[in-house]
Design a protein around this ligand. Sequence first.
Ligand code: SAH
Ligand code: SF4
Ligand code: F3S
Length: 439
Amino acid sequence: MRRFHVTTFGCQMNVHDSERIKGMLEAAGMGEAPSGEEADVLVFNTCTIREKADDRLVQHLHNAKNRKATDPDLQIIVAGCWAESTRDAIFRDFPWVDAAVGPGRIGALKQVLESTDPAARGAFGSFDDFAADLPKRRERHFQAWLQLSMGCNSVCSYCIVPSVRGRERSRHPREVLAEARALAADGVTEVMLLGQNVNSYGRDLPPDERCTFAEMLRAVDAIDGISRIRFMSPHPKDMRGDVIAAMAESPAVCNQLHLPLQSGSSRVLKRMRRTYDSERFLDLVGRLREAMPDISLTTDVIVGFPGETEEDFQETLRVYDEASFDHAFTFIYSPRNGTEAAGFEDQIPDDVKHERLERLVELVQTHAARRNAALVGTVQEVLSEGPSRTDPAVCRGKTRGNKTALFTPAVPAGTTVSMVVEETTSQTLRGRVESAVPA
Ligand code: SAH
Ligand code: SF4
Ligand code: F3S
């Protein structure tokens, strides 16, 4: 039996797509190898969001080439967003790659692998088939991704996603809910609703099938057995009153939100085409905290966007401080081919970008430490993910607020415990189990 190994880069869309890639390869009669070294088929599910992602992948492809020199039967497959952005040029620049599929064509994987026609080794461009129906393999028995939509209709001037993932398409609500019920029946207690712009879900559905994101939250909440609902990634512009109310009123929806800020300067936000300004963003944060006082908020911030002045950056620090986020992913702006901002004249020098990033990270750490320290002495519900990586006697899991918790005594993965928080850092909460209830 031929054995495959999948390496996944990028965001949760890709992690979920990798489950389908594995499911499809298994359906084609292959098995999973414990490591890349032992595999006959190497799959790279790629990301192209920043230049660094591209560089890292090229390194992996060169390593794979070296392996193929001693093992000519090795097959190398490239999937994902970088494949879509590069298309057939992959076979010219990396001739040792055997097959490639874009994120909209995962369903064509088997076909391109089996094709003997060199011109049919790539499948790109179409985003018609909803990959949600493909076979898939879940990593954890108690957690699952649930795809609501794919693609993105926004035009953020820095972002390559719309060009590699296509226009937004919402899945039929009946299909989504049937999958949610099947997952619950299969023992899944936590679902992550997925979409590049998840909370604009439903706008493109025909009128007789209309379902808003808020309605979808309530419908998944009503399913027996699902006790935790999260979603990724929402856009601030679509975080309307009905969504906030649905979050606050649905017991299964977690007290957590990832709300990408990108910049605190209204001038920069405008050039980014984010469609909100700093005032509206802070107003939204205020309404969220009013509806859900214990909500934990995380965000994404880009520094060094073209034309960003020291004053603009100060605005980002101010808005970050005022929003008091629990954590953040911080990025240095990376120009992407074909995006609007890559053509802006006023690119920021690297040293300025790095210096700003350092200052931002310091503020992020300060808030993270403070927000976590405020939880000492509280009791948190933690869903166990099994032993921690470094110490099998210590268990690792996530709170409803999506914070990493380390606790003793250890309980099996999938068990929910009440944990008393004893110590915290900017990254983790540590504590002991007060009581355990089987999930
Ligand atoms: N759909 C998601 C974003 C996916 S990309 C959303 O809108 O929230 C994840 C993050 O990468 C973005 O939020 C942004 O902060 C960052 N990012 C995207 N393009 C970038 C670029 N060209 N340079 C630096 N960071 C970028
Ligand atoms: Fe990119 Fe903006 Fe769409 Fe997010 S909302 S995927 S940042 S274009
Ligand atoms: Fe990367 Fe594609 Fe996700 S570019 S961030 S894997 S949508």
